[in-house]
Design a protein around this ligand. Structure first.
Ligand code: FES
Length: 359
């Protein structure tokens, strides 16, 4: 029976913050979609991603040494170039063409390194979701550096959670939601289903500021009603982008005078490490009182504390839906359709018999 992929390959995954590679002595071992990889920064060719298994005796290349644009395996000293080809074997002139490991397309944007796990000929860097606020420090202030979390949960469960605004009122009543009225009084407007995900807008009019927002505004404004808008997008394979606006109650969107508004920008990138574990990259940015680190800290704490409550660990859990779940139902449908397309268009090869076995 032919095998089928579980992970989409022809898509861009957030793989690492650039600072993670620098911090790890310019080489980072990271598994993505069940494939162990090594990332390193070459001298003149940017970031490189290779299979993290030397083709000689399977030593991890992440234990190797960066030399210019190449990476040397520190077991027997073979040197790999950014295309994954061996270009030097100590004490040997001839290098067989089979001496190579797989190299992957990567690209750096917004402080993140992105990787394309599939056919490199299909990779278009314009398809990477470049979240502009991450590259606009004069307008938006986020964490000192983008944050990384590791979850013992399947990445689609996190996607489901972020796509589901109806839980915010109940689970996050004391932080992000503010009151159960958020569930009863608001509906997703303008749900736009697109080929690779969805976009949606949700307004909550004339309500008190939610607790996470109260923490960052003057006390005198705590009982002043506001209009609140969340405008969000979720894209395959797991890219969540959100714009949040808090305006004085009765604010007219048409006038678009934002001088009295406070705004936040939030990005979260979910990348499968394995079926049961997820790499999670995120930042939360704001555009008022940018030099006040207490705001960033407060946003970070509110979010982390709440996020931990939500994740179901079972990878086999299949969620049931009600009408508020239309967005993530569409997302899962599109993801499955794209996966089937990849499996149909490019079936995985049958496992080969190992002719080199001697026993
Ligand atoms: S295991 Fe890498 S050179 Fe031998």
């Amino acid at each position: 029976m032919s095998q089928e992929r579980y992970f989409l390959e022809n898509t861009w995954y957030a793989a690492a913050w650039e600072w993670e590679v620098e911090k790890a002595d310019n080489k980072l071992a990271r598994t993505i979609c069940d494939i162990p990889l090594v990332f390193y920064k070459s001298e003149t060719e940017g970031y490189v991603a290779l299979d993290n298994r030397c083709c000689h005796r399977a030593a991890p290349l992440s234990l190797g040494r960066v030399e210019g644009n190449c990476l040397r395996c520190m077991y027997h000293g073979m040197l790999f170039n950014p295309e994954g080809k061996v270009v030097n074997i100590p004490g040997q002139d001839h290098i067989a063409s089979t001496m190579a490991v797989r190299s992957y397309r990567v690209s750096a944007k917004g402080g993140l390194i992105w990787i394309w796990m599939g056919d490199p000929a299909l990779a278009d860097e314009n398809d990477i979701h470049d979240f502009a606020p991450l590259s606009q420090p004069d307008e938006w202030r986020g964490f000192d550096r983008g944050d990384y979390l590791h979850y013992d949960a399947n990445w689609l469960l996190i996607v489901d959670n972020l796509s589901d605004f109806s839980h915010v009122a109940f689970v996050h009543a004391n932080t992000l939601g503010g009151s159960e009225a958020y569930a009863y009084d608001t509906n997703i407007e303008n749900l736009e289903k697109v080929d690779n995900g969805f976009r949606a807008v949700r307004w909550h009019h004339d309500s008190l500021p939610p607790p996470f927002h109260k923490k960052v505004i003057p006390e005198a404004e705590h009982d002043t009603p506001i209009d609140r808008c969340n405008s969000m997008a979720m894209y395959i394979p797991g890219v969540f982008l959100m714009e949040t606006l808090f305006a004085p109650a009765g604010w007219s969107e048409k006038d678009n005078d934002r001088s009295q508004c406070r705004e936040y920008r939030n990005c979260q990138f979910m990348t499968p490490e394995t079926r049961n574990t997820t790499h999670f990259f995120w930042d939360y940015l704001h555009n008022r009182d940018r030099d006040n680190p207490a705001i960033t800290q407060s946003l970070k704490e509110s979010f982390i504390e709440e996020q931990q409550k939500l994740l179901v660990k079972s990878p086999d859990f299949v969620p049931r839906s009600f009408s508020a779940d239309e967005a993530f139902t569409h997302f899962r449908m599109r993801w499955k359709a794209k996966l089937s397309e990849e499996n149909n268009n490019n079936p995985l090869p049958e496992p080969k018999e190992n002719k080199r076995r001697i026993l």
